[in-house]
Design a protein. Structure first.
Ligand code: ATP
Ligand code: MG
Length: 597
């Protein structure tokens, strides 16, 4: 019996991981250490040099007045000032020069690390099981991921350098302040613990709101995505106002959360402004009194004020830095959740060749996302190689679900799917899927050229093979009639082609793939009779010699089948040939008489 694995939604909190999110991201940066470490060293260097600015300024400002007091010759003072300003210019030039490479290095290593992360995420994403995708709204997932990556990017490229720089300036600045006057410094530092406590207290609140805000914004993004995807339906039902309202509501929710968060952030900042600059004013006032009594020299007082401004500015930038780090923690946690979601199984015989013998033994199934609905019950059937079997039955009977079990998108809850009498679970998913082709009900193509879309059945196929496949699929003629032939762009999701043309492209793709087993979900939408003839002819060629399962909506298809499985409410209620089933007064006859087939 196969286990049903359910996958956590991305928004659900998961237990904390043993290594912190920041260290995890740092792991990505470490892979770029050849560039990252030199840039980091350069950053330290420029941050220290940036302390040269207040240092030389205080020399410029402080020296002359102290010197004048000692009645030094003004010409000497002037010469010294010239010397100081030249030194300052040299330091600034050196700082600018190193900064040029440092900024480049950070961007290069940061973006490379991010690209690696993006690749890892995508690699993992495509290996996640179908059930994972069924549980997500398509837009929500991609919006969420790109929003989270955006936050991580901002942190790596801007916040990390900023944090290092401000820390160096803070510590360096404090050192100079203490050298200038330890008494004044102590007075000033009296207020710092208060500020630190405030950061810790408000920071926690701000973090909660910014995560909520991100969630709300991602939700609004989902509305856009869904609307754009279904724009034809939106327009034909004139539901623009409905979508507008939906979007406006999502935005309002976002704004509500943001406003709440803004209050906290504003209070945070106001407090810091008041505490910080209030203290500085108080301290300077104290300094002025010390100056008056000769307790401090002009140079030291100037030094104290200039470095205090630097220290104040750097302290003021910490709330932003910390809140950005907290946002990043939230974002990376979600990204890691995605990376930790269990991927599809990779075990089983990878070289198995399918002979085309397919059977279901006592298969029962429920979708993990909806465990209260028994979708398939006790299915038992076998299809010898090369046979053509039609699946018929009312909507919701479970026909498409049979396909998803064959493709290994889901596993039976009870019972087994067998290929050539070997349990599907003993074969690699890759081996099974590469020998099965599916022509879906609604063909959605990729937004490339016709050639690329056919080639998707067998990447690397020669143009000749592609043209042959198109010929057999009755598609060659209409493709050649187009000015750009096989290089014609099909438009997003193939919307520049007609329904019948899209189907024939999908058939050509399947012919090129040359599968052992063919799954065909017949289109319910009617084609015009000429188009239908071309499609049917192509399908005939495609099905020849292959085990084919057809979910049939047309009587003509059913008549040509070797046998028919009649589904109702997840069970096979009848099976046999058309004539046998018509002779019985059962579900099939009812379906045929009411033209449901
Ligand atoms: N991903 C899913 N998650 C949960 N339930 C699902 C999922 N897909 C289908 N179902 C449910 O399983 C049942 C069978 O669906 P299925 O798509 O197999 O029907 P069908 O016979 O192919 O119908 P139709 O002829 O309309 O295509 C339905 O009740 C449906 O609601
Ligand atoms: Mg279906």
């Amino acid at each position: 019996m196969a286990r049903i694995v359910s996958h956590p939604r991305m928004s659900e909190p998961t237990p904390k991981k043993s290594i912190s999110s920041h260290r995890w991201i740092l792991g990505y940066l470490m892979r770029e250490k050849a560039i990252f470490f030199p840039s980091l060293a350069a950053l330290f260097f420029t941050a220290i040099l940036s302390l040269g600015f207040p240092y030389f300024l205080k020399e410029l400002v402080g020296n002359p007045s102290d010197a004048l007091k000692q009645q030094v010759d003004p010409a000497v003072i002037l010469a010294r000032s010239n010397q100081i300003v030249l030194q300052l210019a040299a330091v600034l030039a050196l700082q600018a020069f190193v900064a040029f490479f440092r900024v480049q290095g950070f961007i290069r290593s940061g973006e490379s690390a991010l690209n690696r992360l993006r690749r890892d995420l995508f690699d993992h994403l495509v290996r996640l099981p179908m059930s994972f995708f069924h549980e997500q709204r398509a837009g929500a997932l991609s919006n969420r991921v790109s929003a989270d990556l955006g936050v991580v990017r901002e942190t790596l490229l801007t916040t990390v350098p900023q944090a290092v720089r401000q820390t160096v300036i803070l510590l360096g600045g404090l050192t100079f302040i203490f050298i200038s006057s330890w008494k004044l410094s102590l007075i000033m530092l009296g207020s710092v613990p208060v500020v630190v406590l405030a950061i810790a207290f408000f920071g926690r609140k701000v973090r909660g709101y910014s995560k909520d805000a991100q969630d709300a914004l991602a939700e609004a993004g989902t509305v856009i995505e869904e609307t754009v995807q279904g724009i034809a339906d939106v327009k034909s039902y004139t539901n623009e106002p409905f979508e507008n309202t939906r979007y406006a509501m999502a935005l309002d929710r976002f704004l509500g959360v943001t406003k709440h968060g803004a209050k906290n952030r504003a209070a945070f900042l106001s407090f810091i402004i008041f505490a910080l600059f209030g203290t500085i004013s108080f301290v300077v006032w104290h300094g002025a009194r010390m100056l008056a009594t000769g307790e401090i020299t002009w140079t030291n007082f100037a030094s104290f004020i200039l470095f205090s401004i630097f220290v104040g500015a750097s302290l003021g930038s910490f709330p932003e830095i910390i809140s950005q780090f907290q946002q990043t923690a939230g974002a990376t946690e979600r990204l890691r959740e995605l990376l930790d979601a269990p991927a599809e199984r990779t075990d089983g015989d990878a070289d198995a060749k399918l002979g085309g013998y397919l059977s279901f033994v006592n298969v029962s199934f429920r979708y993990p996302s909806r465990p209260d609905v028994q979708v398939l019950r006790d299915l038992d059937f076998l299809i010898p190689p090369g046979r053509r079997v039609a699946l018929v039955g009312p909507s919701g009977a479970g026909k498409s679900t049979v396909f998803s079990l064959i493709l290994g998108f889901n596993s039976p809850e009870i019972g087994q799917v067998l290929f050539d009498n070997r349990p599907a679970s003993s074969l690699a998913l890759q081996a099974i899927r590469s020998q099965i082709a599916i022509v879906p009900q609604e063909v959605l193509l990729f937004g490339g050229t016709i050639r690329e879309n056919i080639e998707y059945g067998k990447p690397g196929a020669s143009l000749e093979d592609i043209q042959n496949a198109a010929r057999q699929a009755n598609a060659h003629e209409f493709i050649s009639a187009m000015p750009e032939g096989f290089e014609t762009l099909v438009g997003p999701r193939g919307t520049m082609l007609s329904g019948g043309q899209r189907q024939r492209i999908a058939i050509a793709r399947a012919i090129l793939a040359d599968p052992r087993i063919l799954l065909l979900d017949e289109a319910t939408s009617a084609l015009d009779s000429e188009s239908e003839r071309l499609v049917n002819e192509a399908l005939e060629r495609l099905m020849r010699g292959r085990t084919s399962l057809v979910i049939a909506h047309r009587l003509s298809t059913v008549r040509h089948a070797d046998s028919i499985l009649v589904f109702n409410q997840g069970r096979i209620v009848e099976n046999g040939s058309h004539d046998e089933l018509i002779a019985r007064d059962g579900t099939y006859r009812f379906l045929v008489e009411t033209q449901l087939v």
